[in-house]
Write a protein that binds this ligand. Structure first.
Ligand SMILES: [Zn+2]
Length: 316
């Protein structure tokens, strides 16, 4: 009898410990997993992921398989949401993690990045003509997959999260335009969008880690820094000068929905020599910087998906 009591109490202690362990489980993004994704997407085998090419087809399937493995569900009937670019077939890859709150799950946050690039470059350097697009934007793509992994494991988002990898960004934001119009027509209750572009190299000589395009258009940077209790997201004069706000996939969503939709980046062309260059290769990126940036902003996105009201708003 005594033995049974001891055994039972041991089992009880063990199960309590297990429960505590599960509750405080943290999910950390590693530089290695980001590097692995970028190395695949930016490999010569994918030929620079031009829209309509065999290479981008393989990239789309890779992303789809990652979502499947993580347990991220397709938002539409299939992960690949097709559209046409002239006669070419193109796909955005769209996954969803439903919010866990009856009411707030009706509101959506888009976490996005484009996974296409410019394919074969006319500017041949040392016999290399493949524009690999590692920083632009295998980096952002790997980050969206990593963020999806985080929420698929934690399942603590009250609002629903859409994870979108856009095609045909390099053709003029065509993938994001297609999806923005489609979601608008379906009356989707969008809260906000965070797009990730060229986060593969560190921003230099700043007291913040990354910048946001369209900084002054909303309170997103301020709110994120607030949620993170740190100065992580700042301003870039170059982004402002070249109006980068209108040059990435956040812009069609801003236009359709008139909501805070921004791109976070750590490269405004002042700190990387290989923009649209055949040397924008996987070995040029700083994966510790990437992992650090994502792990730093993740709790901000988490908070964004759980606040009782929509705190991020356009500035008047
Ligand atoms: Zn880009």
């Amino acid at each position: 009898m005594k033995k049974i009591v001891v055994l039972l109490s041991l089992m009880l202690i063990y199960s309590c410990k297990k429960e505590v362990k599960e509750k405080i489980e943290t999910v950390t993004i590693t530089s290695n997993e980001l590097k692995e994704t970028v190395a695949f997407l930016a490999s010569d085998a994918l030929q620079g992921r031009d829209t309509g090419s065999q290479g981008i087809e393989e990239a789309a399937t890779y992303i789809e398989n990652q979502f499947k493995t993580l347990g991220v569900k397709p938002y539409f009937k299939t992960y690949k949401d097709p559209f046409k670019v002239d006669s070419l077939n193109a796909y955005n890859v769209v996954g969803v993690i439903k919010g866990n709150d009856q009411e707030l799950q009706k509101e959506y946050i888009i976490i996005g990045a484009h996974y296409d690039h410019i394919g074969i470059s006319k500017k041949v350097v040392a016999n290399d003509s493949i524009a690999n697009g590692a920083n632009d934007n295998a980096a952002g793509t790997s980050s969206v997959i990593a963020i999806a992994k985080y929420f698929a494991a934690k399942k603590n988002n009250k609002r629903s999260l859409l994870f979108v990898l856009f095609s045909a960004e390099e053709k003029g934001l065509l993938g994001s335009m297609h999806l923005a119009k489609k979601l608008k027509a379906q009356n989707v209750n969008l809260y906000t969008m965070v797009n990730l572009e060229m986060i593969g190299v560190p921003f230099i000589d700043r007291d913040y880690t990354a910048f946001i395009t369209g900084y002054e258009k909303s309170n997103m940077a301020e709110k994120l820094n607030n949620y993170l209790d740190a100065n992580v997201i700042g301003f870039s004069e170059i982004a402002k000068k070249y109006n980068l706000f209108t040059h990435s996939d956040n812009y069609p969503f801003y236009k359709e929905f008139n909501l805070p939709c921004h791109t976070i980046s750590s490269c405004d062309l002042s700190n990387y020599d290989y923009y649209h260059h055949v040397d924008d290769e996987a070995d040029k990126l700083d994966y510790n910087h990437m992992a650090n940036l994502i792990n730093t902003i993740l709790p901000g996105i988490e908070k964004m998906s759980n606040t009782p009201t929509k705190e991020i708003i356009l500035n008047p």
